[in-house]
Unconditional design. Structure first.
Ligand SMILES: Cc1ncc(COP(=O)(O)O)c(C=O)c1O
Length: 501
Protein backbone atom coordinates (compact mmCIF):
# COMPACT_ATOMS: atom_id res chain seq x y z
CA UNK A 1 0.00 0.00 0.00
CA UNK A 2 1.32 3.34 -0.93
CA UNK A 3 2.53 5.76 1.60
CA UNK A 4 -0.54 7.67 2.57
CA UNK A 5 0.00 10.87 4.36
CA UNK A 6 2.52 13.58 4.03
CA UNK A 7 1.35 16.02 6.60
CA UNK A 8 3.45 18.98 7.46
CA UNK A 9 1.16 20.72 9.82
CA UNK A 10 3.64 23.33 10.95
CA UNK A 11 4.19 24.64 7.46
CA UNK A 12 0.58 25.52 6.83
CA UNK A 13 -0.50 29.04 7.55
CA UNK A 14 -3.73 29.88 9.28
CA UNK A 15 -6.51 31.92 7.82
CA UNK A 16 -9.23 33.82 9.61
CA UNK A 17 -11.20 34.98 6.65
CA UNK A 18 -11.52 32.21 4.16
CA UNK A 19 -10.60 33.28 0.67
CA UNK A 20 -13.41 33.21 -1.82
CA UNK A 21 -12.04 30.90 -4.48
CA UNK A 22 -15.20 29.33 -5.86
CA UNK A 23 -17.37 31.41 -8.10
CA UNK A 24 -21.06 31.48 -7.43
CA UNK A 25 -23.38 34.40 -7.35
CA UNK A 26 -24.96 33.30 -4.07
CA UNK A 27 -21.76 33.16 -2.14
CA UNK A 28 -20.39 35.67 0.32
CA UNK A 29 -17.37 35.64 2.55
CA UNK A 30 -17.95 34.05 5.89
CA UNK A 31 -16.09 35.05 9.00
CA UNK A 32 -15.32 32.11 11.13
CA UNK A 33 -14.31 31.52 14.71
CA UNK A 34 -10.84 30.12 14.89
CA UNK A 35 -9.36 27.77 17.35
CA UNK A 36 -5.92 26.41 17.76
CA UNK A 37 -7.15 23.33 19.50
CA UNK A 38 -9.33 21.80 16.86
CA UNK A 39 -6.64 19.82 15.11
CA UNK A 40 -4.75 16.91 16.45
CA UNK A 41 -1.53 15.89 14.84
CA UNK A 42 -1.91 12.98 12.58
CA UNK A 43 0.68 10.30 12.64
CA UNK A 44 1.02 8.68 9.27
CA UNK A 45 0.52 4.95 9.44
CA UNK A 46 3.23 2.79 8.09
CA UNK A 47 2.39 1.25 4.76
CA UNK A 48 1.57 -2.41 4.59
CA UNK A 49 4.57 -4.47 3.77
CA UNK A 50 4.61 -5.57 0.17
CA UNK A 51 5.66 -9.13 -0.30
CA UNK A 52 6.14 -11.08 -3.47
CA UNK A 53 4.58 -14.21 -2.02
CA UNK A 54 1.06 -15.07 -3.11
CA UNK A 55 -1.17 -17.83 -1.78
CA UNK A 56 -2.87 -20.24 -4.14
CA UNK A 57 -6.34 -18.99 -3.15
CA UNK A 58 -8.30 -17.17 -5.82
CA UNK A 59 -10.02 -13.98 -4.86
CA UNK A 60 -13.80 -14.17 -4.49
CA UNK A 61 -14.93 -12.84 -7.88
CA UNK A 62 -17.85 -11.04 -6.25
CA UNK A 63 -15.46 -9.06 -4.05
CA UNK A 64 -13.65 -7.99 -7.18
CA UNK A 65 -16.93 -6.56 -8.53
CA UNK A 66 -17.21 -4.12 -5.62
CA UNK A 67 -16.47 -0.51 -6.38
CA UNK A 68 -14.30 1.40 -3.96
CA UNK A 69 -16.40 2.75 -1.11
CA UNK A 70 -15.25 6.24 -1.92
CA UNK A 71 -17.81 8.41 -0.23
CA UNK A 72 -16.68 8.60 3.39
CA UNK A 73 -12.97 8.12 2.70
CA UNK A 74 -13.17 10.90 0.14
CA UNK A 75 -14.99 13.19 2.56
CA UNK A 76 -12.37 12.41 5.20
CA UNK A 77 -9.60 13.08 2.71
CA UNK A 78 -11.04 16.41 1.68
CA UNK A 79 -11.55 17.32 5.31
CA UNK A 80 -7.95 16.40 6.08
CA UNK A 81 -6.76 18.53 3.19
CA UNK A 82 -8.91 21.37 4.45
CA UNK A 83 -7.42 21.07 7.92
CA UNK A 84 -3.97 21.32 6.41
CA UNK A 85 -4.96 24.41 4.52
CA UNK A 86 -6.70 26.03 7.49
CA UNK A 87 -5.13 24.51 10.60
CA UNK A 88 -6.78 27.05 12.90
CA UNK A 89 -10.27 26.65 11.49
CA UNK A 90 -12.97 25.22 13.69
CA UNK A 91 -14.32 22.51 11.45
CA UNK A 92 -17.90 21.41 12.17
CA UNK A 93 -18.96 17.95 11.08
CA UNK A 94 -22.57 17.64 9.98
CA UNK A 95 -21.75 15.03 7.41
CA UNK A 96 -21.95 11.83 9.30
CA UNK A 97 -24.85 9.88 10.71
CA UNK A 98 -23.20 9.10 14.02
CA UNK A 99 -24.80 10.17 17.26
CA UNK A 100 -23.15 12.75 19.50
CA UNK A 101 -25.35 13.04 22.62
CA UNK A 102 -24.50 10.92 25.67
CA UNK A 103 -26.58 7.85 26.42
CA UNK A 104 -29.16 8.63 29.15
CA UNK A 105 -28.08 7.49 32.58
CA UNK A 106 -31.12 5.30 33.16
CA UNK A 107 -29.77 3.18 30.31
CA UNK A 108 -26.05 3.22 31.12
CA UNK A 109 -26.71 2.45 34.77
CA UNK A 110 -28.60 -0.70 33.74
CA UNK A 111 -25.62 -1.71 31.61
CA UNK A 112 -23.24 -0.95 34.48
CA UNK A 113 -25.33 -3.07 36.84
CA UNK A 114 -25.33 -5.94 34.38
CA UNK A 115 -21.62 -5.54 33.90
CA UNK A 116 -20.95 -5.67 37.66
CA UNK A 117 -23.30 -8.61 38.07
CA UNK A 118 -21.13 -10.53 35.64
CA UNK A 119 -18.42 -10.41 38.31
CA UNK A 120 -20.60 -12.33 40.74
CA UNK A 121 -21.44 -16.02 40.85
CA UNK A 122 -25.16 -15.33 40.96
CA UNK A 123 -25.13 -12.68 38.28
CA UNK A 124 -22.80 -14.31 35.79
CA UNK A 125 -24.19 -15.46 32.48
CA UNK A 126 -22.41 -16.74 29.40
CA UNK A 127 -23.90 -17.39 25.97
CA UNK A 128 -27.48 -16.30 25.71
CA UNK A 129 -30.13 -17.31 23.22
CA UNK A 130 -29.03 -16.53 19.67
CA UNK A 131 -32.43 -14.93 19.06
CA UNK A 132 -32.00 -12.61 22.02
CA UNK A 133 -33.15 -12.37 25.58
CA UNK A 134 -36.81 -13.30 25.96
CA UNK A 135 -37.55 -10.19 28.01
CA UNK A 136 -35.98 -7.92 25.39
CA UNK A 137 -37.94 -9.60 22.61
CA UNK A 138 -41.16 -9.26 24.60
CA UNK A 139 -40.42 -5.60 25.38
CA UNK A 140 -39.72 -4.87 21.69
CA UNK A 141 -42.99 -6.56 20.70
CA UNK A 142 -45.03 -4.55 23.17
CA UNK A 143 -43.20 -1.24 22.65
CA UNK A 144 -43.13 -1.12 18.86
CA UNK A 145 -45.57 -3.72 17.53
CA UNK A 146 -48.51 -3.78 19.96
CA UNK A 147 -51.72 -4.62 18.08
CA UNK A 148 -49.79 -5.28 14.85
CA UNK A 149 -49.89 -9.06 15.15
CA UNK A 150 -46.14 -9.30 15.82
CA UNK A 151 -45.18 -11.56 18.67
CA UNK A 152 -42.04 -11.92 20.73
CA UNK A 153 -41.15 -15.09 18.80
CA UNK A 154 -41.12 -13.14 15.50
CA UNK A 155 -38.32 -10.87 16.78
CA UNK A 156 -34.58 -11.58 16.54
CA UNK A 157 -32.38 -9.32 18.69
CA UNK A 158 -29.03 -8.54 17.08
CA UNK A 159 -25.86 -6.51 17.14
CA UNK A 160 -27.39 -3.92 14.80
CA UNK A 161 -29.43 -3.43 11.66
CA UNK A 162 -26.44 -3.39 9.35
CA UNK A 163 -25.29 -6.81 10.54
CA UNK A 164 -28.84 -8.10 10.14
CA UNK A 165 -28.98 -6.87 6.55
CA UNK A 166 -25.94 -9.02 5.77
CA UNK A 167 -27.46 -12.00 7.53
CA UNK A 168 -30.61 -11.51 5.47
CA UNK A 169 -28.45 -11.66 2.34
CA UNK A 170 -27.14 -15.03 3.48
CA UNK A 171 -30.72 -16.11 4.02
CA UNK A 172 -31.70 -15.21 0.45
CA UNK A 173 -28.58 -16.66 -1.17
CA UNK A 174 -27.11 -15.74 -4.51
CA UNK A 175 -30.03 -16.39 -6.81
CA UNK A 176 -32.37 -13.56 -5.89
CA UNK A 177 -32.86 -10.24 -7.63
CA UNK A 178 -33.07 -7.03 -5.64
CA UNK A 179 -34.46 -3.51 -5.85
CA UNK A 180 -33.12 -0.51 -3.90
CA UNK A 181 -34.17 3.11 -3.57
CA UNK A 182 -31.99 5.61 -5.41
CA UNK A 183 -30.64 7.47 -3.47
CA UNK A 184 -30.21 5.07 -0.61
CA UNK A 185 -28.32 4.50 2.62
CA UNK A 186 -24.77 4.74 1.76
CA UNK A 187 -24.57 3.96 -1.83
CA UNK A 188 -21.58 2.14 -3.10
CA UNK A 189 -20.24 4.29 -5.82
CA UNK A 190 -19.06 7.76 -6.26
CA UNK A 191 -17.58 8.85 -9.51
CA UNK A 192 -15.18 11.65 -8.80
CA UNK A 193 -15.57 14.30 -11.39
CA UNK A 194 -12.26 15.82 -10.43
CA UNK A 195 -9.92 13.46 -8.68
CA UNK A 196 -8.52 15.59 -5.94
CA UNK A 197 -4.81 16.12 -5.96
CA UNK A 198 -4.81 17.81 -2.65
CA UNK A 199 -1.61 19.32 -1.41
CA UNK A 200 -0.09 17.30 1.32
CA UNK A 201 -2.67 14.52 1.31
CA UNK A 202 -2.05 11.67 -1.01
CA UNK A 203 -4.52 8.97 -1.85
CA UNK A 204 -5.92 7.39 1.28
CA UNK A 205 -7.74 4.10 1.12
CA UNK A 206 -10.45 3.08 3.52
CA UNK A 207 -8.02 0.65 5.03
CA UNK A 208 -5.51 3.39 5.62
CA UNK A 209 -8.14 5.56 7.22
CA UNK A 210 -9.16 2.78 9.51
CA UNK A 211 -5.59 2.18 10.56
CA UNK A 212 -5.17 5.89 11.12
CA UNK A 213 -8.24 6.12 13.29
CA UNK A 214 -7.08 3.17 15.36
CA UNK A 215 -3.88 5.06 16.00
CA UNK A 216 -5.79 8.01 17.37
CA UNK A 217 -5.18 10.12 14.31
CA UNK A 218 -7.21 13.23 13.59
CA UNK A 219 -9.30 11.39 11.02
CA UNK A 220 -10.97 9.76 13.95
CA UNK A 221 -13.95 7.50 13.62
CA UNK A 222 -16.28 8.69 10.95
CA UNK A 223 -18.15 5.69 9.65
CA UNK A 224 -15.59 5.67 6.90
CA UNK A 225 -16.07 2.06 6.11
CA UNK A 226 -19.75 2.09 6.70
CA UNK A 227 -22.54 1.66 4.33
CA UNK A 228 -23.21 -0.12 1.13
CA UNK A 229 -25.52 -2.10 3.35
CA UNK A 230 -28.06 -3.20 0.77
CA UNK A 231 -26.09 -3.01 -2.45
CA UNK A 232 -22.64 -4.18 -1.48
CA UNK A 233 -23.89 -7.11 0.55
CA UNK A 234 -25.86 -8.30 -2.45
CA UNK A 235 -22.82 -7.83 -4.71
CA UNK A 236 -20.77 -9.92 -2.29
CA UNK A 237 -23.47 -12.61 -2.34
CA UNK A 238 -23.26 -12.76 -6.11
CA UNK A 239 -26.79 -11.49 -6.73
CA UNK A 240 -25.71 -8.73 -9.10
CA UNK A 241 -23.91 -8.25 -12.37
CA UNK A 242 -20.79 -6.17 -12.90
CA UNK A 243 -20.71 -2.46 -12.19
CA UNK A 244 -21.60 -0.46 -15.27
CA UNK A 245 -19.50 2.68 -15.32
CA UNK A 246 -21.61 4.51 -17.88
CA UNK A 247 -24.75 4.47 -15.74
CA UNK A 248 -22.99 4.07 -12.39
CA UNK A 249 -25.13 1.09 -11.50
CA UNK A 250 -24.68 -2.64 -11.01
CA UNK A 251 -26.28 -4.97 -13.48
CA UNK A 252 -29.24 -6.93 -12.18
CA UNK A 253 -30.25 -4.40 -9.53
CA UNK A 254 -33.47 -2.48 -9.94
CA UNK A 255 -32.82 1.13 -8.89
CA UNK A 256 -36.03 2.85 -7.78
CA UNK A 257 -35.59 6.60 -8.29
CA UNK A 258 -36.90 8.71 -5.41
CA UNK A 259 -36.95 12.46 -6.03
CA UNK A 260 -39.05 15.51 -5.20
CA UNK A 261 -40.93 14.89 -8.49
CA UNK A 262 -42.35 11.60 -7.19
CA UNK A 263 -42.57 12.69 -3.56
CA UNK A 264 -39.57 10.44 -2.83
CA UNK A 265 -41.67 7.36 -3.50
CA UNK A 266 -40.85 5.26 -6.58
CA UNK A 267 -43.21 5.05 -9.51
CA UNK A 268 -44.00 1.37 -9.05
CA UNK A 269 -45.51 1.11 -12.53
CA UNK A 270 -41.93 1.53 -13.82
CA UNK A 271 -40.30 -0.84 -11.35
CA UNK A 272 -39.57 -4.35 -12.59
CA UNK A 273 -40.34 -7.33 -10.42
CA UNK A 274 -37.55 -8.41 -8.11
CA UNK A 275 -37.45 -11.05 -5.40
CA UNK A 276 -36.39 -8.65 -2.68
CA UNK A 277 -37.19 -4.94 -2.29
CA UNK A 278 -35.06 -2.94 0.16
CA UNK A 279 -37.06 0.00 1.39
CA UNK A 280 -35.85 2.48 4.00
CA UNK A 281 -38.42 4.77 5.63
CA UNK A 282 -37.84 7.30 7.14
CA UNK A 283 -35.16 7.44 4.56
CA UNK A 284 -31.48 7.95 4.88
CA UNK A 285 -30.42 10.21 3.13
CA UNK A 286 -33.53 12.06 1.91
CA UNK A 287 -35.22 12.20 5.30
CA UNK A 288 -38.59 11.48 3.71
CA UNK A 289 -41.07 8.98 5.16
CA UNK A 290 -43.58 7.01 3.13
CA UNK A 291 -47.25 7.66 3.77
CA UNK A 292 -49.76 4.98 4.70
CA UNK A 293 -51.19 5.10 1.20
CA UNK A 294 -47.72 4.73 -0.40
CA UNK A 295 -46.83 1.83 1.85
CA UNK A 296 -50.15 0.18 1.07
CA UNK A 297 -49.21 0.41 -2.61
CA UNK A 298 -45.78 -1.05 -1.86
CA UNK A 299 -47.26 -3.99 0.03
CA UNK A 300 -49.78 -4.62 -2.77
CA UNK A 301 -46.96 -4.40 -5.34
CA UNK A 302 -44.91 -6.97 -3.39
CA UNK A 303 -47.88 -9.24 -3.02
CA UNK A 304 -48.76 -9.06 -6.70
CA UNK A 305 -45.16 -9.91 -7.64
CA UNK A 306 -44.51 -12.43 -4.89
CA UNK A 307 -41.63 -10.28 -3.58
CA UNK A 308 -40.30 -9.83 -0.06
CA UNK A 309 -39.84 -6.29 1.29
CA UNK A 310 -36.92 -5.70 3.65
CA UNK A 311 -38.10 -2.60 5.48
CA UNK A 312 -35.45 -0.56 7.29
CA UNK A 313 -37.14 1.50 10.00
CA UNK A 314 -34.00 2.60 11.88
CA UNK A 315 -35.35 6.17 12.19
CA UNK A 316 -39.02 5.43 12.93
CA UNK A 317 -38.94 7.10 16.35
CA UNK A 318 -37.93 10.36 14.66
CA UNK A 319 -41.26 10.62 12.88
CA UNK A 320 -43.42 13.54 13.86
CA UNK A 321 -46.37 13.01 11.53
CA UNK A 322 -48.84 10.14 11.78
CA UNK A 323 -47.48 8.06 8.92
CA UNK A 324 -46.69 4.42 9.78
CA UNK A 325 -43.76 3.72 12.07
CA UNK A 326 -43.72 0.08 11.00
CA UNK A 327 -44.51 -1.66 7.73
CA UNK A 328 -46.66 -4.02 9.81
CA UNK A 329 -49.21 -1.23 10.25
CA UNK A 330 -50.19 -2.01 6.65
CA UNK A 331 -52.73 -4.82 6.26
CA UNK A 332 -51.18 -7.87 4.61
CA UNK A 333 -47.58 -6.77 5.34
CA UNK A 334 -46.88 -9.77 7.57
CA UNK A 335 -47.14 -11.98 4.47
CA UNK A 336 -44.63 -9.96 2.44
CA UNK A 337 -42.26 -8.08 4.74
CA UNK A 338 -39.34 -8.31 7.10
CA UNK A 339 -38.50 -5.26 9.23
CA UNK A 340 -35.11 -4.34 10.62
CA UNK A 341 -34.42 -1.63 13.17
CA UNK A 342 -31.92 -0.46 15.72
CA UNK A 343 -31.21 1.28 19.01
CA UNK A 344 -28.30 3.11 17.35
CA UNK A 345 -30.09 6.36 16.59
CA UNK A 346 -32.64 6.13 19.40
CA UNK A 347 -30.34 5.74 22.34
CA UNK A 348 -26.86 6.56 21.03
CA UNK A 349 -26.08 2.85 20.69
CA UNK A 350 -23.93 3.23 17.56
CA UNK A 351 -21.01 1.98 19.62
CA UNK A 352 -22.92 -0.24 22.06
CA UNK A 353 -24.49 -2.22 19.17
CA UNK A 354 -28.06 -3.47 19.50
CA UNK A 355 -30.77 -3.89 16.91
CA UNK A 356 -33.50 -6.28 15.90
CA UNK A 357 -35.22 -7.86 12.93
CA UNK A 358 -38.83 -8.97 12.70
CA UNK A 359 -39.60 -11.98 10.52
CA UNK A 360 -43.31 -12.76 10.85
CA UNK A 361 -44.34 -16.38 10.88
CA UNK A 362 -46.84 -15.65 8.07
CA UNK A 363 -43.98 -14.91 5.64
CA UNK A 364 -43.39 -17.96 3.45
CA UNK A 365 -41.07 -18.93 0.62
CA UNK A 366 -42.58 -20.08 -2.68
CA UNK A 367 -42.51 -23.70 -1.46
CA UNK A 368 -44.45 -22.75 1.67
CA UNK A 369 -41.45 -22.97 4.01
CA UNK A 370 -41.49 -20.28 6.74
CA UNK A 371 -38.82 -17.62 6.14
CA UNK A 372 -38.45 -17.21 9.94
CA UNK A 373 -37.32 -20.83 10.30
CA UNK A 374 -34.51 -20.32 7.82
CA UNK A 375 -33.58 -16.99 9.36
CA UNK A 376 -33.44 -18.67 12.74
CA UNK A 377 -31.04 -21.21 11.26
CA UNK A 378 -28.87 -18.44 9.80
CA UNK A 379 -28.81 -16.57 13.11
CA UNK A 380 -27.92 -19.73 15.05
CA UNK A 381 -25.17 -20.51 12.56
CA UNK A 382 -23.60 -17.07 12.18
CA UNK A 383 -24.27 -15.30 15.44
CA UNK A 384 -23.97 -16.17 19.12
CA UNK A 385 -26.44 -13.63 20.41
CA UNK A 386 -26.18 -9.92 21.18
CA UNK A 387 -23.99 -8.82 24.09
CA UNK A 388 -25.75 -9.41 27.40
CA UNK A 389 -24.64 -5.96 28.59
CA UNK A 390 -26.07 -4.29 25.47
CA UNK A 391 -29.32 -6.22 25.93
CA UNK A 392 -29.56 -5.00 29.54
CA UNK A 393 -29.27 -1.52 28.06
CA UNK A 394 -31.92 -2.34 25.46
CA UNK A 395 -34.30 -3.52 28.16
CA UNK A 396 -33.70 -0.28 30.07
CA UNK A 397 -34.40 1.67 26.87
CA UNK A 398 -37.81 0.03 26.69
CA UNK A 399 -38.77 0.71 30.33
CA UNK A 400 -41.11 3.69 30.84
CA UNK A 401 -38.18 5.84 32.06
CA UNK A 402 -35.95 4.61 29.24
CA UNK A 403 -38.54 5.40 26.58
CA UNK A 404 -38.95 8.85 28.09
CA UNK A 405 -35.17 9.38 28.08
CA UNK A 406 -34.82 8.16 24.47
CA UNK A 407 -37.62 10.51 23.38
CA UNK A 408 -35.79 13.38 25.06
CA UNK A 409 -32.57 12.65 23.14
CA UNK A 410 -34.54 12.31 19.91
CA UNK A 411 -36.30 15.62 20.63
CA UNK A 412 -32.89 17.24 21.00
CA UNK A 413 -31.85 16.04 17.53
CA UNK A 414 -35.26 17.05 16.16
CA UNK A 415 -34.62 20.59 17.41
CA UNK A 416 -31.24 20.53 15.68
CA UNK A 417 -33.00 19.38 12.51
CA UNK A 418 -35.47 22.25 12.76
CA UNK A 419 -32.64 24.77 13.10
CA UNK A 420 -31.02 23.42 9.93
CA UNK A 421 -34.32 23.29 8.01
CA UNK A 422 -35.22 26.86 9.05
CA UNK A 423 -31.77 28.10 8.07
CA UNK A 424 -31.86 26.73 4.53
CA UNK A 425 -35.52 27.67 4.06
CA UNK A 426 -34.81 31.23 5.14
CA UNK A 427 -32.12 31.35 2.46
CA UNK A 428 -34.64 30.34 -0.19
CA UNK A 429 -33.51 26.77 -0.75
CA UNK A 430 -35.86 23.88 -1.39
CA UNK A 431 -35.42 21.70 1.65
CA UNK A 432 -36.68 18.14 2.04
CA UNK A 433 -36.65 15.70 4.93
CA UNK A 434 -36.15 16.90 8.47
CA UNK A 435 -39.75 16.32 9.59
CA UNK A 436 -39.44 12.60 10.08
CA UNK A 437 -35.70 11.96 10.17
CA UNK A 438 -32.54 13.62 11.45
CA UNK A 439 -31.39 14.39 7.92
CA UNK A 440 -31.99 17.49 5.87
CA UNK A 441 -31.83 17.12 2.08
CA UNK A 442 -31.08 20.47 0.49
CA UNK A 443 -31.50 21.05 -3.23
CA UNK A 444 -28.94 22.98 -5.27
CA UNK A 445 -30.54 22.62 -8.72
CA UNK A 446 -28.15 22.28 -11.62
CA UNK A 447 -25.07 22.08 -9.42
CA UNK A 448 -22.81 19.15 -8.70
CA UNK A 449 -23.16 17.83 -5.16
CA UNK A 450 -19.39 17.70 -4.79
CA UNK A 451 -19.00 21.30 -5.91
CA UNK A 452 -21.53 22.37 -3.30
CA UNK A 453 -19.84 20.20 -0.68
CA UNK A 454 -16.49 21.84 -1.51
CA UNK A 455 -17.95 25.32 -1.55
CA UNK A 456 -19.50 24.85 1.89
CA UNK A 457 -16.33 23.32 3.32
CA UNK A 458 -14.10 25.97 1.82
CA UNK A 459 -16.22 28.92 2.87
CA UNK A 460 -17.70 27.79 6.17
CA UNK A 461 -15.51 24.93 7.40
CA UNK A 462 -18.65 22.79 7.72
CA UNK A 463 -18.56 19.19 6.50
CA UNK A 464 -21.77 17.96 4.86
CA UNK A 465 -22.36 14.93 2.62
CA UNK A 466 -22.71 15.25 -1.15
CA UNK A 467 -26.00 13.70 -2.27
CA UNK A 468 -24.47 11.95 -5.27
CA UNK A 469 -22.57 9.74 -2.84
CA UNK A 470 -25.88 8.02 -2.14
CA UNK A 471 -26.60 7.28 -5.79
CA UNK A 472 -27.16 9.07 -9.09
CA UNK A 473 -30.56 10.21 -7.77
CA UNK A 474 -28.78 12.29 -5.12
CA UNK A 475 -26.97 14.53 -7.60
CA UNK A 476 -27.71 18.19 -6.97
CA UNK A 477 -28.41 17.66 -3.26
CA UNK A 478 -26.42 17.74 -0.06
CA UNK A 479 -27.35 15.92 3.11
CA UNK A 480 -26.95 17.81 6.36
CA UNK A 481 -27.01 15.64 9.43
CA UNK A 482 -28.66 16.87 12.62
CA UNK A 483 -26.42 14.66 14.75
CA UNK A 484 -24.20 17.24 16.39
CA UNK A 485 -23.82 19.39 19.46
CA UNK A 486 -26.24 22.31 19.64
CA UNK A 487 -23.49 24.93 19.66
CA UNK A 488 -22.06 23.41 16.47
CA UNK A 489 -25.43 23.33 14.73
CA UNK A 490 -26.08 26.97 15.65
CA UNK A 491 -22.62 28.02 14.55
CA UNK A 492 -22.95 26.08 11.28
CA UNK A 493 -26.31 27.74 10.63
CA UNK A 494 -24.78 31.15 11.21
CA UNK A 495 -22.04 30.36 8.72
CA UNK A 496 -24.54 29.01 6.15
CA UNK A 497 -26.47 32.28 6.48
CA UNK A 498 -23.35 34.33 5.91
CA UNK A 499 -22.41 32.25 2.89
CA UNK A 500 -25.75 32.17 1.09
CA UNK A 501 -27.38 35.41 2.24
C1 LIG B 1 -31.09 3.48 7.34
C2 LIG B 1 -30.08 2.85 8.25
N1 LIG B 1 -30.21 1.56 8.57
C3 LIG B 1 -29.32 0.97 9.38
C4 LIG B 1 -28.26 1.66 9.90
C5 LIG B 1 -27.26 0.94 10.75
O1 LIG B 1 -27.77 0.62 11.98
P1 LIG B 1 -26.91 -0.15 13.03
O2 LIG B 1 -26.05 0.83 13.74
O3 LIG B 1 -27.92 -0.79 13.94
O4 LIG B 1 -26.10 -1.19 12.32
C6 LIG B 1 -28.09 3.01 9.60
C7 LIG B 1 -26.95 3.76 10.14
O5 LIG B 1 -26.65 4.88 9.81
C8 LIG B 1 -29.03 3.62 8.75
O6 LIG B 1 -28.91 4.91 8.41
Amino acid sequence: MAQLLMMNLSSVSSSFLVPNTITTNRVSKVSIRSSNTSIRKCVATSSTEKTGYKTGVSRNANMAKLQAGYLFPEIARRRAAHMLKYPDAEVIRLGIGDTTEPIPEVITSAMAMKSHALSTLEGYSGYGAEQGDKQVRAALASSFYADLGIEESDIFVSDGAKCDISRLQLLFGSNVTIAVQDPSYPYVMLKLEKPLATEGVKHISSFDLMSSSKRGCWFGHDSMLTGQAYVDSSVIMGQTGQFQNDVEKYGNIEYMRCSPENDFFPDLSKVSRTDVIYFCSPNNPTGSAATREQLTRLVQFAKKNGSIIVYDSAYAMYMSDDNPRSIFEIPGAREVAIETSSFSKYAGFTGVRLGWTVVPKELLFSDGFPVAKDFNRIVCTCFNGASNIAQAGGLACLSPEGLKAMRKVIRFYQENTQIIVDTFKSLGFNVYGGTNAPYVWVHFPGRSSWDVFSEILEKTHVVTTPGSGFGPGGEGFIRVSAFGHRADVLEASKRFKQLYK
